[in-house]
Design a protein around this ligand. Structure first.
Ligand code: PHE
Length: 450
């Protein structure tokens, strides 16, 4: 399409893609997974996977987007009519994630405002979090605010909205992360926690470490949901794809490592080295951390800074989700941006209501034993995403051929890691993805747990 918008610079593209990648996954999920799977050994496995596996899939997605100039739904069709269905399945992922991600974004917004207003003692109270998410109206209001912020940026378009917002939010996020991490690791007694986080515990290494790291990598790098295809479609032909992917990887992994430094040592000090509280999963950020902040000097400042950085991270991710859905509708129905944005906003709001109410008045309703929010999370991350990733690899390797991607990359630069790319996409990635798919589905039904 001739009049497709573009990022004005390569760095604009990198910041927007990194903005998508850096999100709630980096900040609350990564640290507790690292704590659970043996600290340094998990970090090591994770980094190896990012530069091999994650690298190959991200290269493929961005190149598909740039080559076709379309979002997922049109991109697969354009490359091969018979495989248009892959684009349709891919497009489901951001549509399912956007609503519930924004509900959680609403919780983060509420926490930021609570800390900013000085109510840190209330936030650290035992029933604060459960009381809040189970009330019928309040979480919906915060969810609407968060979704509206996302909407405004996406409405402004690729250059004036997304690129501008990320150019401000991402550097601010880095600064805030460094400030909070430095503060946390210099707390008295934090050394033990830093050691626990960084020293590899080889006895904890198992196949579960690899599968855990693999699942996290997919989610964290925003792969297999059409986002990188859409952002790739806004990339200029002369921009170096490989260099961009390397920078996005650094950004994403760097913030995840910093998040661990912000959280693990502080929780370690607070609980006197109790590992269980680190492995508590979602409750860690909303329940344990406010208590940790309360126990330190200056809870208002540190709590506000922390939740502001989480808010920025969540916002840049939800922007990428909404933009992907909007561009799917624009490509498919030839709608104007404004119309597509309004419809996506309203649709996401209605679907998100189920997630929000699912923790409150509708908590008796469950789907396959999951609450609404957990169900959307499970179906998108554990079922559809691995399927999409598998189909993407097979499509690139055996339908269009890796050379289609390699040629696209070489339009603008050399392809240094071409060999790794080819081996990954053709052989290693499909096998690993199948393993994640099987374990996550079995895990959900407690047949096998990772
Ligand atoms: N990559 C984001 C993170 O780490 C998560 C995300 C998921 C972003 C889906 C966009 C879409 O939190």
């Amino acid at each position: 399409m001739e009049n497709r918008s573009n990022f004005s610079s390569r760095i604009g593209f990198v910041l927007a893609a990194a903005g998508s990648a850096v999100g709630l996954g980096n900040i609350w999920r990564f640290p507790y997974l690292a704590a659970k799977y043996g600290g340094g050994i998990f970090l090591l496995v994770y980094i190896l996977l990012v530069v091999s596996f994650g690298f190959a899939i991200m290269m493929a997605e961005i190149a598909i987007g740039r080559k076709t100039g379309l979002s997922a739904i049109g991109a697969y069709r354009k490359l091969n009519q018979k495989y248009a269905f892959i684009g349709i399945i891919t497009s489901l992922v951001p549509m399912i994630i956007l609503p519930y991600y924004s509900v959680i974004g609403g919780w983060v917004t509420k926490y930021f405002v609570t800390f900013l207003g000085g109510s840190h003692t209330a936030a650290a109270g035992d029933n604060f979090f459960t009381g809040f998410i189970s009330s019928p109206v309040e979480p919906i209001v915060w969810f609407a605010i968060f979704l509206a912020l996302t909407f405004v940026v996406v409405l402004l378009g690729v250059k004036r909205g997304i690129e501008k917002a990320n150019k401000f939010l991402m550097p601010a996020l880095v600064v805030l992360s460094v400030v909070v991490a430095v503060y946390a690791v210099t707390l008295p007694g934090a050394g033990e926690g830093v050691k626990y986080y960084l020293m590899p515990d080889f006895s904890k290494f198992s196949i579960k470490t690899v599968l855990g790291a693999l699942g996290q990598m997919f989610y964290s790098m925003s792969l297999a949901m059409g986002i990188m295809i859409t952002y790739g479609s806004y990339m200029k032909k002369e921009a170096d794809i490989e260099k961009s992917v390397k920078q996005i990887e650094w950004f994403d992994t760097g913030i995840a490592l910093l998040a661990g430094l912000m959280i693990v040592p502080a929780v370690f000090v607070f609980t006197g080295g109790n590992e269980a509280s680190l492995k508590a999963g979602p409750g860690l950020m909303f329940q344990t951390l406010p208590k940790v902040f309360e126990s330190m000097g200056a809870p208002t400042i540190i709590g506000s800074l922390f939740f502001l950085l989480v808010l920025f991270a969540a916002l840049t991710s939800s922007i990428s989700l909404m933009e992907t859905v909007v561009s799917i509708f624009q490509d498919k129905f030839k709608w104007k941006r404004t119309k597509a944005c309004i419809i996506v906003f309203l649709g996401a709001f209605v679907v998100g209501l189920t997630s929000s109410l699912g923790y409150g008045p509708w908590s008796e309703f469950t789907i396959l034993g999951f609450s609404f929010l957990d169900f959307y999370d499970f179906i998108s991350n554990s079922v559809i995403m691995p399927i999409v990733a598998l189909m993407t690899c097979l499509f690139v390797a055996y339908v269009i051929g890796t050379k289609t991607i390699i040629e696209e990359v070489k339009l603008s630069s050399q392809f240094k890691r071409e060999k790794i790319f080819t081996v990954m996409i053709k052989y290693i990635a499909p096998v690993c993805i199948l393993a994640i798919l099987i374990t996550s589905v079995l895990g959900a039904f407690n047949i096998f747990s990772i």
